[in-house]
Design a protein around this ligand. Structure first.
Ligand code: HEM
Length: 593
């Protein structure tokens, strides 16, 4: 098809792949059939027949599809994944419920309801008669990410949803294009590069000086840490910092809700807002199943954000290309060791779109994820002062205030690492991962699950969407123990760590397999380094709910909810990455020793 490789042609695809086969084809076939068999058919009868032909055709094609799936599953000796049965055709009621729930309920609670109701950790949501598989089963996760990796990709649906935002960057590509990006970025994450802490120290000092200047005035740390991580990642990968720490911060008591956190003004504020808005739009698209092209038929909701982001990033890309051309004219050629990622890309392509796509992909990866890890660590430390005290003792005993930790120092901070692992477990910065079966139907091989039962393989239909919630998997009591929902870093230091050692796929905050996060070590070094410097200087973190922007307090119903919903003090949500609605406002208390 002429538009098959153009994911932005979503309207054409909606017409050709959905509207014509669903509505036009049955009406056409019915009309031709009736006029041939009953040339004098009455108009009213014809109209009624046309109307009924649409659901009848739908039911026949769905039943036939299911019959074929069952036959294929039998031939593979596999079982069909339990299908959720809603009250409305195409499980539209369930889909609308999920969109509504995302605005009011605790994260992934509606999935948990369904897992409980159907007594299965893997379900087919069957949205609009398609295959939308959701799982919190580590065996499925393991197969999708590692042993069966070649059967899965991001798939055309996810690609189309993200196309205008992330283009053909590393997050939104499969197979050869993905391999190209992965090989291009890999040299920049080697140990020698990520253990150079000069960059972290520079941006950490800037961040701490912002805190010192504020004194006891509360600050939205989610915003602040987002600036720290974007400045550090841009210096590291693009050679120059975006200097967002120097731009206006949201003010305590005046901040309004932005798309994710609290909104800031100024040039960076516009970029950050657009960046967050784009993440919200693509998340809503993903939740709307195949319906989103219809919702956006008369206007692409990404357009305003893309315009704002491009006007911020465009000059940076153009500058690099210009400098690169000038360097080439002077005959200057740097080795990979001397270049940063942006220069390396500019030396390999003069297409500004490829560079812009890569920039945005890496900024998304490098900013919000690590900022979420640091934000939720500070949140957890504020809720658990005894953990803060113990982490601080460990830090100060080895690295007294004023000293800068080295790569080797960080390796000795066992308790701090346990705290980070516990935060990554309970608050994974990427709480859900999407994949699609891209090479025909497959079966997840028969496995012995952790509780010792032998399960018949699951049948995964061709072109099925598969999503796994690390958020729910990381909280499973049958995998982590009865205290799974408690924040307890000691579980990483005592015998409970055996749960993880025996069954590593129950903990996947950085993904696994060939597409494992390339920035994992960079992020852990960055977060650890920053927290060491922060805890050297501050010994109390006080949440200040009175400064949260209006509408960002957790809904009252949460306090009666199950699990951690009842104890949370901020409203979690997810738009590609986990965040606290309205930001996380808190006050730091200066340490005296
Ligand atoms: C705590 C921080 C981080 C977490 C929890 C995290 C998590 C993840 C996860 C779950 C994925 C898989 C996404 C998917 O396949 O759909 C991923 C991929 C990726 N991450 Fe990270 N990430 C973090 C920090 C970073 C940083 C700092 C960078 C770079 C500056 C980075 C670069 C990437 C890249 C380039 C990919 C795509 C890899 C590929 O598809 O081959 N990440 N990350």
């Amino acid at each position: 098809m002429f538009f098959a490789n153009d994911p932005s042609a979503y309207r054409t695809r909606l017409i050709v792949h959905t509207l014509i086969p669903t509505f036009v084809l049955p009406v056409l076939v019915t009309t031709l059939f009736l006029q041939r068999v009953y040339p004098d058919v009455a108009l009213l009868f014809l109209l009624i027949a046309q109307l009924f032909s649409i659901p009848a055709w739908g039911a026949i094609t769905v039943r036939y599809g299911q019959y074929q799936q069952r036959k294929l599953a039998d031939s593979l000796n596999a079982q069909i994944i339990p299908r959720v049965r809603g009250r409305w055709p195409g499980n539209l009621d369930i889909m609308l419920n999920m969109i509504k729930a995302a605005k009011e309920r605790y994260l992934h609670d509606p999935y948990e309801d369904l897992f409980e109701e159907y007594k299965s950790n893997t379900l087919n949501l069957g949205f609009l008669w398609g295959d939308f598989i959701i799982t919190k089963d580590e065996e499925v996760v393991k197969y999708v990410l590692t042993t069966g990796h070649d059967h899965f990709g991001h798939g055309s649906r996810v690609k189309e949803i993200l196309a205008r935002f992330l283009g053909d960057g590393i997050f939104n590509s499969d197979r050869e294009i993905w391999k190209f990006h992965r090989s291009m970025t890999r040299p920049f994450f080697l140990k020698e590069r990520i253990s150079d802490f000069e960059n972290f120290e520079h941006h950490t000092s800037r961040t701490l000086s912002v805190l010192r200047a504020l004194g006891p005035i509360p600050i939205d740390v989610q915003d602040l840490f987002g600036r720290f991580t974007i400045d550090a990642a841009s210096s590291f990968l693009f050679g120059s910092s975006l200097e967002t720490l120097s731009m206006p911060l949201p003010k305590a008591g005046e901040a309004k809700m932005g798309p994710k956190g609290s909104s800031a003004s100024g040039e960076f504020g516009d970029f950050a807002q657009a960046f967050e808005e784009a993440q919200q739009v693509v998340t809503l698209r993903a939740r709307s199943g195949n319906l989103w092209p219809a919702i956006e038929f008369f206007g692409d909701r990404l357009s305003p954000s893309i315009k704002a982001m491009d006007s911020f990033l465009g000059p940076m890309v153009e500058n690099t290309l210009k400098e690169n051309r000038m360097a080439a004219a002077r005959g200057v050629k740097k080795s990979t060791d001397e270049t940063n990622l942006l220069e390396y890309m500019a030396a390999n392509t003069d297409d500004p779109k490829i560079i812009r796509d890569e920039l945005l992909n890496i900024l998304l990866a490098g900013r919000d994820t690590t900022a979420a890890l640091i934000t939720f660590t500070v949140y957890a430390l504020a809720l658990h002062p005894h953990v803060l005290e113990r982490a601080r003792e460990e830090i100060v005993s080895k690295c007294p205030p004023g000293t800068v930790p080295s790569f080797d120092d960080l390796k000795t901070f066992k308790y701090l690492r346990a705290v980070l692992n516990e935060v990554l477990r309970l608050y994974p910065p990427v709480p859900i991962i999407l994949r699609a079966s891209t090479s025909g139907a497959t079966a997840i091989p028969r496995t012995t699950t952790a509780d010792g039962t032998l399960r018949k393989p699951y049948f995964i239909p061709s072109k099925a969407n598969v999503a796994f919630s690390s958020f729910l998997l990381h909280r499973r009591k049958d995998r982590w123990g009865q205290d799974a929902e408690e924040f307890d870093p000691d579980r990483w230091l005592d015998s409970r760590v055996e749960h993880m050692v025996k069954n590593p796929f129950i903990f996947v905050p950085f993904n696994a397999g060939p597409r494992i996060c390339i920035g994992q070590q960079f992020a852990l070094n960055e977060a650890s380094f920053f927290l060491v410097r922060l805890l050297q200087e501050y010994d109390s973190f006080e949440l200040t709910p009175e400064y949260q922007p209006e509408g960002s307090q957790p809904p009252a119903g949460w306090y009666r909810g199950r699990g951690r919903a009842a104890v949370e003090k901020v409203w979690f949500a997810s738009a590609m990455t986990l965040f606290a609605k309205g930001g996380l406002w808190l006050r730091f208390g200066k340490a005296t020793i």
